[in-house]
Design a protein around this ligand. Sequence first.
Ligand code: LLP
Length: 406
Amino acid sequence: MIARETFLALARRYGTPLFVYDGDLMLERYADLFRFIPADSLRIHYALKANYNPALLSLLRDAGAGIDAVSPAEVELALAIGFAKDRIIYTANNMTDAEFAKVMGTGVTVNIGSLSRLKKCAREFPGRRICLRFNPDVRDGDSAMTMTGGDLTKFGILLDCADEAAAIAASGGLHVTGLHEHTGSGLQHAESVLQSMDNLMGIATSARFPELEFLDFGGGFKVPYRDDEPRIDYVDMGGKIAAKFAAFCAGYGRKLLMRFEPGKYLSAECGTLIVEVNTIKHNRSRVIAGCNSGFPQLIRPVLYGAYHKIVNLSNPDGRPAVYDVCGNICETGDRFAEQRELPEIREYDLLAIGNAGAYCYSMGSVYNLRPMPAEVVVKGGEVFDFRPAESDTELVNRVLDRGKGR
Ligand code: LLP
C-alpha cells in the first residue's frame, strides 16, 4: 500500500493529474492466484487491455506471467516487452483477414471465436495449431456491458456447435490444442466460474478434441471497489477450481495446463489517479469540486456507472460534506462521483481516485485535446518507472503530423 505522504510527494515531484501504480501490490495479486488455486499446472495470462504500462508488463514478465492480447498491436507490444510467443494468446473478435494472417505469422496462439473464422483458417492455414473460444452460456459480470456469456453477445462459438467446430478443424488438419471461455468482467458469483468451467469441460472430450494441451477459463476475478464490498473467498473457490480441473484431466486421460486471464484482479487495485481540485462552486443544491482531469482519463464512472473510491489526500480529517466531483470536460456527465460525502474539499486539495489501475489509462483518450496524464510505477518504496505526459504542443504536433504525406 502506498502511503498518503508518498502520494503527496509524488504529486509534488511530477505534478497532476498523475497515475500512480503500486508494482508490489500487482505482484502480490499475481502471487495470490497461485495461492488460491492449488494446481501446479496453473498459468496466468494477464489481460493486457486492462493496463499496458510497459513497466508493469515487465514486472509481470519477470514473475512468469503470460499475456492475453486482443489486437495485433497488443501482440506486438507483448513480444517487444519480451513475453515468449508461446506465453501469448490472441483473442480478438471480429478480426479482419489481414489481422488474422499477421498474428498467425508471429507464431502466437490464435484463439478463434467463430465458425466463419475457423473455416477460413482451415482453408488458408491448414495443419496449424489453434485454440477455440466457446461461449460458456453463463451470464455474470459487474455491468451488462461486460458480460460476455450467453447468445445475446457476440463472443465465442456456441457450445451446441462443438461437433461442427471439431469437424471444420479436422477438415483443415488443424490441431486444436486449447479451448477457451470468458464469462465476463467483475464476476459477482463464484459459482459462475465453476459453472462456466463445467460447461467448457463438458464439450472438451478426448473423442472430440484429442490434442488438447490447455483449457483457458478467461478472466473476471472481481476486486472490491467500495469499502463495504466484501472480498470473494477465492481460497474456497480456488480449491474447488483445482479439484474440478484435476477430475477433468483424469477423465480426459492427460494432465492439461489450466489458464486464467485476469486483468482487473492484477491491476485494478494497484492504480490511483491523483487529481487537483481547482474550483469549488456552490450551486443551489450542490457543491461542485472541479478537478484538473476528466472522464477521458478515467471513464468507468461515466461509461458503466462504476464507483471509484475517492480520498482527500490534502485534508483527510476535514469536516465531511457532500460533493459532485467533476472533471474539466465540456459535458455534464463528466463526474468522477456524484453526491459523495468526503472530508471538506478546498481549492488546491489533491484527491486520490482509487482502483484506477485497470481499464482507466488503457481506455483513455485525448478528447478535448487534453493529453493523458503521466504515469509512475512505485516498487520497494522507490520510483521504478516514470512516463511523462505528452505536452500540449507534442499532442498538437501529433495531430498535425498525421495529415502529412496525404
Ligand atoms: N479474457 C477475455 C477474453 C476478456 O475479454 C477479458 C476482458 C479478460 C480476459 C479480462 O477480464 P478482467 O479479469 O479484467 O475482468 N472495461 C471494462 C472491462 C472490460 C473487460 C473486457 N474483457 C471495465 O472497466 O469494467
